[in-house]
Ligand binder design. Sequence first.
Ligand code: NAD
Length: 374
Amino acid sequence: MRVGVPTEIKADEYRVALTPAGARELTEAGHEIIIQSGAGEGSALSDETYVAQGAKVAPDAAAVFEQAELVLKVKEPQAGEVALLRAGQTLFTYLHLAPNPDLTRALCDSGATCIAYETVVDRAGRLPLLAPMSEIAGRIATQAGAFMLEKPLGGRGVLLGGVPGVAAANVMVIGGGVVGFNAATIAIGMAADVFVFDRSIDRLRELDVAFNGRASTVYSSTLAVEEMLPAADLVVGAVLVHGARAPHVVTREQLGLMKERAVLVDVSIDQGGCFETSRPTTHSDPTYVVDGVTHYCVTNMPGAVPITSTYALTNATLPYALALAGKGVAAAISDDPGLLAGVNVASGLVTHAAVAAGVGSEYVPAPEALGIVS
Ligand SMILES: NC(=O)c1ccc[n+]([C@@H]2O[C@H](COP(=O)([O-])OP(=O)(O)OC[C@H]3O[C@@H](n4cnc5c(N)ncnc54)[C@H](O)[C@@H]3O)[C@@H](O)[C@H]2O)c1
């Protein structure tokens, strides 16, 4: 199969969807790799390192999309990229469609089969292609939050860990999944007082064991959230309902309970945001203030550390890329129900139930849309 890798064009995005190691594995499996010139540059990977592993270099995105049967990307396609997609082509990337009806419609119109990293599941029901980026985003969330709490950056002017004789800051993490666990781990490492909120009792049990008394776990009722907000210096929002638009866990009204110049980091912003007052921001202009509270809502947080995140992402995506290229979409998704769960759009139809609910479209199961007879 011809596998194409364009340069990412979303603002401040420096990751690339394939490393030279991946190019080597796909080439050895008999596939042709077409990478856009400069695609790896943001991750310190030159064209030559890909060519040395058997890839061909194309001058621009148009040439990559033109030749590729399978397109590997990192972030959701931007308007210029959607225009290059066509029927018969497969796109494998993060999509986050539930809060984005316009992109969903455009992908349907393209006729391409669009598989979203973030809804692929493993045998245990976990999200193997979201997890590596969630680990990174969770760690950045606390780092960025600590930074934004500094006075010259508009923060309250509080040090997360305090010092002997002065109390540490309170870090509230709402959603104790992969992002939440990692955000809390870094906050504990910075010696903050940490409180992790979740609605899954089983998850709270696991966190309680993992933290071994170094963080408090709290059942995330509305009242418990309202009781914690006045004491919080940094709130990390990290909830997820698979494939769906993020629920609002802090409303505009509840913002009034918070301290002046406390910081909210909304990691769930890629699924529409879990604070009512959140709106997407970029690394170049990451924050804004509502009612005296700093909001940090960068949609591609791992994009800031591409040398870490390109490898973490491609380690996880490569086996799926090999399966898609080797078997073709129909056989690959028939063999792996977890990969089938990743198909969000096919044959002009929305093929993921939570995405369909999010964008207000009809849901058609992927095998039906693709005409796969079982
Ligand atoms: N901004 C970025 O750059 C970036 C990067 C990676 C991941 N993310 C996003 O971060 C979010 C979290 O991802 P994850 O991998 O940690 O997901 P996850 O599934 O591992 O964890 C989500 C947790 O939220 C909990 N939850 C759901 N609804 C809740 C509610 N109402 N109140 C409290 N807890 C609730 C779940 O029980 C679960 O433990 C996702 O939206 C993901 O797309 C963003």
